[in-house]
Design a protein around this ligand. Structure first.
Ligand code: CUA
Length: 166
């Protein structure tokens, strides 16, 4: 069978494209370390957060110089602790889990915005440079009180800070 040169060229080009597409999809799925939420099982039991050392006492913890960790529990229909207080000029890592259903955790006006899934811990790190006040909202529908599920994050001036739980 005789195939024209151009025909051949296009055939080859089409093959290269197809193989290329498959390769990039495969790479995107397995090559860059993206894991599905449940790949290694739930990380904690939402029904016994009372016994979990990180979440039995939702709190702000100073873990280094200008470094804080905040353990947040979202539940119908509030966030704990509330308000959350951290000093300005600090790097804050939020660990957020849910005690019941899926919630959202959005610190309005920042790029802190995550889904909160029972059994999983969402982790977000953010830098707060200036004293300010932010509203925290739940942006996943979680039941009858969803619209009123909110909290507050207070970034206090460094020299006025006296621990996380106001
Ligand atoms: Cu919690 Cu909506």
């Amino acid at each position: 069978m005789n195939i024209h040169t151009y025909e051949k060229l296009w055939l080859v080009a089409a093959m290269v494209l197809i193989v290329g597409f498959i390769a990039t999809v495969t790479y995107g799925a397995v090559g860059v370390g993206i894991e599905m939420v449940d790949d290694d099982g739930a990380t904690l039991d939402p029904n016994s957060l009372d016994e979990d050392e990180r979440f039995s006492d939702p709190r702000v913890e100073e873990v280094g110089e200008d470094e804080y960790e905040v353990y947040v529990v979202a539940r119908q229909f509030l966030f704990q602790p509330d308000p959350i207080e951290v000093p300005a000029n600090s790097e804050v890592t939020f660990y957020v889990t849910s005690a019941d259903v899926i919630h959202g955790f959005e610190v309005a006006g920042t790029n802190v915005n995550t889904m909160v899934i029972p059994g999983e811990v969402a982790k977000l790190t953010v830098q707060f440079d200036e004293p300010d006040e932010y509203g925290i909202v739940c942006n996943e529908y979680c039941g009858s009180g969803h619209h009123g599920m909110e909290g507050k994050l207070i970034v206090t001036p460094e020299d006025e800070y006296d621990g996380g739980d106001a």
